[in-house]
Design a binder for this molecule. Structure first.
Ligand code: ADP
Ligand code: MG
Length: 312
């Protein structure tokens, strides 16, 4: 199978609503909604770095798009389409069928059609760019947190890191507990409905991809504020809550790959109910820096750092 046959078989579909021209020409053509702004983001997944070579291709297809949609969610954007640039070591039809099925399933569920891409031979590498929209002036950014705002987290944190530790061999977990943690790691759910519902309510937002400490730190730096964070209030699964406290803290504070939203909102704000649990985990303060405390208000000396590709 050649390059164009591969694209036709796995990545070409009839044009989606809202797309004037999709896969097949030199460019895709999209019409912006009057009064809206484009929000654009790219994320690359590299084999051995972001995923294990043994991962199920359907889950990989889901995750490659999910991590990108999570950035749109963090900005309160509505997805409009995405491009897929991929390097493949060889044409493996069974792998491509699984990968594209996982990708299309999430694309359909999110109203985010594939509108183009690039396909080359090389070490397995997947780069997606998502295009979304939000009304002018309403995108959720990192820079709007104010002293007195409360800090909120969606869903649960730490399960993806717990599963990673099982793969690394530092934790033993079996049966359903492991399956659930593994789904969190391999099949994250981008919080698109929540992000859109937070427009005009949240003062700042970010998605947790590298670990809560670092990602919340980005909000604090961009907003010129500090925060107090209650480590014991951070939402976690029953499986994680059954692990030693040190491991729990590592997973919820610095785990990464969570793809939950962290946002700030003024006290008393009416938060949307989109079927995702929201937990208040801290408060924004004038004093710069992030102070992690336990349920009794005592400082937690965690010594943890979020993930950074270029720091050991
Ligand atoms: P060009 O050489 O003009 O860049 P290509 O030959 O790379 O075009 O791609 C042909 C068409 O197929 C283009 O519309 C491109 O957007 C699309 N395409 C290529 N690879 C992919 C892919 N992996 N997924 C979706 N569309 C793709
Ligand atoms: Mg090309």
């Amino acid at each position: 199978m050649g390059e164009f046959e591969l694209i036709r078989r796995f990545f070409l579909r009839p044009p989606a609503a809202g797309v004037e021209l999709g896969v097949g020409d030199d460019c895709a053509v999209l019409a912006p909604t009057p009064g809206a702004r484009w929000l654009v983001s790219s994320d690359m997944l590299v084999e051995g770095r972001h995923f294990l070579s043994t991962v199920d291709p359907g889950r990989l297809g889901h995750k490659a798009l999910a991590v990108n949609l999570s950035d749109l969610a963090a900005c309160g954007a509505t997805p409009r389409g995405f491009t897929l640039a991929m390097a493949l070591p060889r044409v493996d039809e069974a792998w491509l069928a699984g990968f594209s099925a996982g990708l299309w399933a999430l694309a359909d569920a999110s109203g985010c059609p594939l509108i183009g891409g690039d396909t080359t031979q090389g070490p397995l590498n997947l780069c997606i760019t998502v295009f979304g929209e939000a009304p002018a002036g309403q995108a959720l950014l990192r820079r709007g947190a104010r002293p007195g705002d409360e800090v909120w987290v969606s869903g649960r944190l730490g399960d993806a890191r717990l599963a990673l530790e099982v793969f690394r061999g530092t934790v033993t977990l079996e049966g359903r507990g492991f399956d659930a943690a593994r789904v969190a790691m391999e099949c994250p759910t981008p919080r698109l409905a929540l992000g859109q519902a937070l427009r005009g309510i949240a003062t700042a937002a970010i998605d947790v991809s590298d670990g809560l400490l670092g990602d919340l730190g980005h909000i604090l730096a961009a907003s010129g504020v500090g925060a107090r964070l209650d480590a014991d209030a951070l939402p976690r699964s029953a499986v994680l809550a059954a692990q030693p406290v040190e491991l729990q803290r590592t997973c919820v504070l610095a785990g990464g790959d969570d793809y939950e939203l962290v946002f700030t909102a003024p006290p008393g704000a009416r938060l949307p109910d989109v079927g995702v649990a929201l937990t208040r985990v801290g408060v924004i303060e004038v004093e710069p820096g992030l102070r992690v405390v336990d349920a009794r208000g005592e400082r937690v000396d965690h010594g943890l750092r979020s993930f950074d590709h270029f720091k050991p």
